[in-house]
Design a binder for this molecule. Structure first.
Ligand code: PEP
Ligand code: CO
Length: 419
């Protein structure tokens, strides 16, 4: 059967909420289907062109933001802090690595989470798991945990406002950028900055309703964000999520975890990027510091051998989650170790280390441990605000940016020395 925005419905779909009222879901889908697109094709093409530079090694992809966006914590300040942090990290990376930076926020659609269990049990009561604000609410009671499709409309509205704010900040940053760049030792004159949006394409009812056909390109596009990605739990070759992503023309990310073998990865690449188009596909490794050297070389060797232009990026967050004093946390030394291994393996396999994917916030949280400011296990409860995974705070995110700049800067030098 040929692809259409709803062809995923004929495939097994993992991780979708069980909505108790399908008619209410249908009404929400109709409203979303009649709404204005959140992004435009020209901007998606702009991202694709920038990603093509990442594919050839001239640019580096910086992708980051919250694990999950929240309705309660939304505000223009929060968006501005994420925007500014990405810009600052980008300036630092650019100054020290000499590469152009592609700024891609995990924002304006990152409202849904895959879960390892469909239900959660506490004190003998079993309820649906919290799946992100676009699905249900975190409080442990029946009303909060029942999936409510009207939340998709709230997510859409928040995404729309977020994108408007990002555009306004990008226009303002045109004036501020030289100052930011000078602060990190980059004296290039001001140029417009592009801040793109991305999220995991998990809720396919939402994605389908925001899919539009463009007469000029004669292609279907996901208008929910500039880039979408497939999570490690929804990348089944014959599954609904791969089916959906295979038919939209946007740049697509694919999370690659320890259970993905080289053959399966190549089959996924064939499905998602059959034309081997530079800037179409971003492979996002997420193995954990202890496992990355065992899994990544064979995968990189396979893309290299097959002449694939897909970008390799690293998510050093999701394979490095651990529990300390009852808190889910991540240690900066693990994050740095996985990133350093990624860069080294890339170099050994003659592949570009193309990008990094981080969970982070501009807020002063105490969710991850380590970095240039002293922080210990005892600090975790102080400002542990995430409903989902632990995020880097501003200082830690800048620490990681500095580490990455050192790692890829050295590699750039080695490459140019050899040339
Ligand atoms: C995520 O990026 O928030 C996530 C759930 O990642 P993964 O699919 O790699 O587990
Ligand atoms: Co996460």
């Amino acid at each position: 059967m040929s692809w259409n925005p709803g062809s995923w419905r004929h495939r097994p779909a993992a991780q979708l909420p069980a909505y108790p009222d399908p008619a209410a879901l249908g009404r929400v889908e109709a409203r979303l289907g009649a709404s204005a697109p959140l992004v435009c094709v020209a901007d998606i093409l702009h991202l694709q062109a920038q990603l093509a530079h990442v594919s050839s090694g001239r640019a580096f992809l910086l992708q980051g933001g919250d694990c999950a966006e929240s309705f309660a914590e939304f505000g223009s300040d929060k968006v501005r802090m994420t925007f500014n942090l990405l810009l600052l990290m980008g300036a630092l990376l650019r100054a020290r690595s000499g590469r152009e930076i592609v700024h891609l926020a995990r924002i304006a659609g990152q409202f849904a989470k895959p879960r390892s269990s469909d239900t959660e049990t506490a004190d003998g009561v079993t309820l649906p798991s919290y799946r992100g604000d676009a699905v249900n609410a975190p409080a442990f009671d029946v009303a909060s945990r029942t999936p409510d499709p009207r939340r998709l409309l709230d997510a859409h509205r928040q995404a729309q406002v977020t994108i408007e704010l990002l555009k306004a900040y990008a226009a303002a940053a045109y004036a501020d950028l030289p100052t930011i760049r000078r602060a990190v030792g980059d004296d290039e004159a001001g140029r417009p900055v592009a801040m793109f949006t991305s999220h995991e394409a998990l809720l396919l009812n939402y994605e389908q309703a925001l899919t539009r056909f463009d007469e000029v390109s004669e292609r279907w596009w996901a208008m929910s964000g500039h880039m979408i990605w497939l999570g490690d739990r929804t990348r089944q070759l014959d599954g609904a999520h791969v089916e959906y992503a295979s038919g939209v023309a946007n740049p697509v990310g694919l999370k690659c975890g320890p259970s993905l073998g080289a053959d399966e990865m190549l089959r996924l690449i064939d499905r998602l990027d059959p034309d081997n188009k530079p800037g179409r596909l971003v492979l996002i490794g997420r193995f954990g510091a202890a496992h990355v050297r065992r899994h990544l070389p064979a995968l990189m060797r396979a893309t290299r051998r097959e002449g694939r232009t897909a970008i390799w990026s690293i998510d050093p967050m999701h394979g490095n989650t651990r529990s300390l004093r009852g808190y889910k946390t991540r240690l900066l030394p693990d994050i740095v170790a996985e990133t350093a291994a990624f860069v080294e393996v890339a170099e050994a396999e003659n592949v570009h280390a193309g990008g990094i994917h981080l969970e982070m916030t501009g807020a002063d949280v105490t969710e991850c441990l380590g970095g240039s400011l002293p922080m210990s296990e005892a600090d975790l409860p102080r400002r542990y605000l995430t409903h989902c995974d632990p995020r880097l705070n501003q200082t830690q995110a800048l620490d990681i940016a500095a580490e990455v700049a050192g790692l890829i800067g050295r590699r750039t030098l080695i490459t140019s020395d050899a040339a």
